[in-house]
Design a protein around this ligand. Structure first.
Ligand SMILES: Cc1cc2nc3c(=O)[nH]c(=O)nc-3n(C[C@H](O)[C@H](O)[C@H](O)COP(=O)(O)OP(=O)(O)OC[C@H]3O[C@@H](n4cnc5c(N)ncnc54)[C@H](O)[C@@H]3O)c2cc1C
Length: 509
């Protein structure tokens, strides 16, 4: 490729969930050129990726960056964080549960210094999304999931919800909305909805696949471009006339900044990485939605219909003062025993699971480098269950007790033969907490590592315009900019960040 082809108006690093939105929207203007640097291959024609129900087959496979966690003294040290290496990013890999963040989630961001990101202004971005967001289709509603919904309603008195995105809620049980095409169970991921319809037609959109960005190029305080390595090992500098937009996700965006000398001075010095810009917040504020699991054996095999094996869920508010729900559950129509098996439990042949989840976790972790070599994975220390008053641990204990109440209630009760884990003999707070934390897993929602905040907030990485503080020509737009975790699953929030980023960049159609 001749050298002069390597200059574009915008260079978008990461063709994932937010990156697909931004690249697609910016190139609606035919006078704007965009290069997308994507570490993975295309998802076009890949049935293993495009078929929603095959999501579990992607975990740990060739399209997964598969990040380990550091030792977690109060949690599960064996958790692997899947991050997708494919066009569409994690929206090509995930379960596509589609929740518009609650008004209280956006208002919390604004209160944390993200001026302009409050619920009233963010409302406009949800209708702009191009994804096909629909409730789990009737044909995909498994009989046992329907009975879970009825039992949770009966046991707890929470409202039955048909369409969680219709209005804000604090409690409720029902089938999820998903970003999918029910007729053939195909994804409506960010790449499917935003890139597939235009990627062969727009000459102003260049997608460089299997290309890894390893260091930003800065001239003084201005981002000029990014150094990349192609699949065949060639190194190139891709330049941006206007801006570099980093959309590499909550693990790889801070990782790229750190390898570019943008981050906490002492850490960079210790690794011998020349400091370009001392920005102490890079990698801090690592958030996640941890959850635990309670598993039952069923009397026999279950009906097979489903959208993706976890189609219904429950939200509870234990504390009436809390803004929004403070406990969530996914219901799995499978015995989800990967973590309990490590603790000695056995997977039943047929079974179901409920996974109590912490919507607003209080523990805060940290991502950091252990080597100046950009090919070495960063360390992810989530510091799970380390919050001072043990809000996070207690939430899981409450969750297991509530799950048992639902399981005792008809019509679900008749399906269930026995509780497999933690097991009916585990009753006390301390024992339940120990089990819940050691069997905990992630629903793969890392966020917050380049958090947005007020322009004078020392630990904020980007300002409310998503510009990296103290530098020019460089924005970040992905899950890393989340100041706090939404109470609901984050993908729609990430897509909305993408849509708003385009408004802030102002270079699109
Ligand atoms: C298994 C799983 C299930 C999930 N289920 C749900 C769900 O049901 N609902 C929900 O709301 N959320 C879910 N999530 C979370 C959600 O998918 C993510 O929060 C969201 O997609 C993150 O978007 P992003 O744009 O920040 O990053 P990503 O979508 O991960 O995009 C990052 C992109 O950047 C590329 N990249 C990274 N580094 C580089 C580099 N250095 N050079 C070049 N390219 C690079 C990657 O290949 C990737 O394409 C799930 C996640 C997973 C993994």
């Amino acid at each position: 490729m001749p050298e002069n082809n390597l200059v574009y108006d915008y260079v978008v690093i990461g063709g994932g969930t937010a990156g697909s939105v931004i690249a697609s929207r910016l190139t609606e203007n035919p006078d704007v050129t965009v290069a997308v640097i994507e570490g993975g291959p295309s998802d076009v024609g890949r049935e293993d990726v495009l078929t929603l129900r095959r999501w579990m087959g992607l975990l740990g496979g060739e399209l997964d960056y598969d990040y380990p966690t550091t030792e977690q003294p109060r949690g599960n040290s064996h958790i692997r964080h899947s991050r997708a290496r494919v066009l569409g990013g994690c929206s090509s890999h995930n379960t596509l549960i589609a929740f518009k963040p609650l008004p209280s989630d956006w208002d919390e961001w604004e209160a944390a210094g993200a001026r302009g990101w409050g619920s009233v202004s963010m409302e406009a971005y949800f209708p702009r999304l191009k994804n096909n967001i629909v409730p789990v289709d009737e044909k995909d509603r498994n009989a046992i999931a329907r009975d879970f919904v009825d039992s949770a309603h009966g046991a707890l008195g929470v409202p039955l919800v048909e369409g969680f995105n219709r209005k804000p809620f604090t409690e409720g049980v029902g089938f999820f909305d998903l970003a999918y095409h029910p007729e053939d169970n195909k994804r409506s991921s960010a790449s499917v909805a935003y890139l597939h319809p235009v990627m062969d037609e727009r000459s102003n959109l260049t997608i460089l696949l299997e290309t890894w960005a390893y260091r930003l190029e800065l001239d003084g305080t201005r981002a000029e471009g990014v150094h990349v390595r192609t699949a065949d090992g060639e190194e190139r500098l891709i330049r941006a006339r206007r801006e570099v937009v980093v959309c590499a996700g909550a693990v790889d965006s801070p990782r790229l900044l750190l390898h570019s000398g943008i981050g906490p001075r002492a850490d960079l010095d210790a690794l011998g990485i020349p400091v370009v810009h001392d920005l102490p917040g890079v990698g801090e504020n690592l958030l996640d939605h941890p959850e635990s699991v309670i598993v039952w054996e069923t009397h026999g095999p279950l009906p097979e219909n489903s959208a993706m094996d976890s189609d219904a869920g429950l939200f509870v508010r234990r504390d009436p003062e809390h803004q929004g729900p403070d406990l969530m559950f996914h219901f799995y129509q499978i015995p989800f025993t990967d973590n309990p098996e490590r603790l000695g439990y056995q997977r039943p042949e047929f079974g179901v699971s409920m996974t109590p989840n912490i919507p607003k976790p209080r523990s805060r972790g940290r991502l950091y480098l252990t080597s100046a070599d950009p090919s070495v994975k960063p360390a992810l220390d989530f510091r799970y269950f380390t919050d001072e008053d043990d809000h996070d641990g207690r939430t899981l204990v409450d969750g297991i007790r509530i799950a048992r109440e639902i399981a005792r209630t008809e019509p679900l009760a008749s399906w269930l033969k026995r509780e497999v884990c933690p097991g009916p003999e585990i009753l006390g707070d301390a024992e339940l907490s120990a089990y819940a934390r050691k069997a905990a897993h992630t629903v793969y929602h890392p966020a917050g590592t380049c958090r947005m905040g007020a322009a004078d907030d020392r630990l904020a990485v980007v300002d409310p315009e998503l510009r990296v503080r103290g530098l020019e020509g460089l924005r970040i737009a992905d899950a890393s900019v989340f100041p706090t975790m939404p109470a609901v699953n984050p993908m729609i929030g990430v897509l909305m960040v993408g849509e708003r980023a385009v408004d802030l960049i102002g270079g699109g159609a």
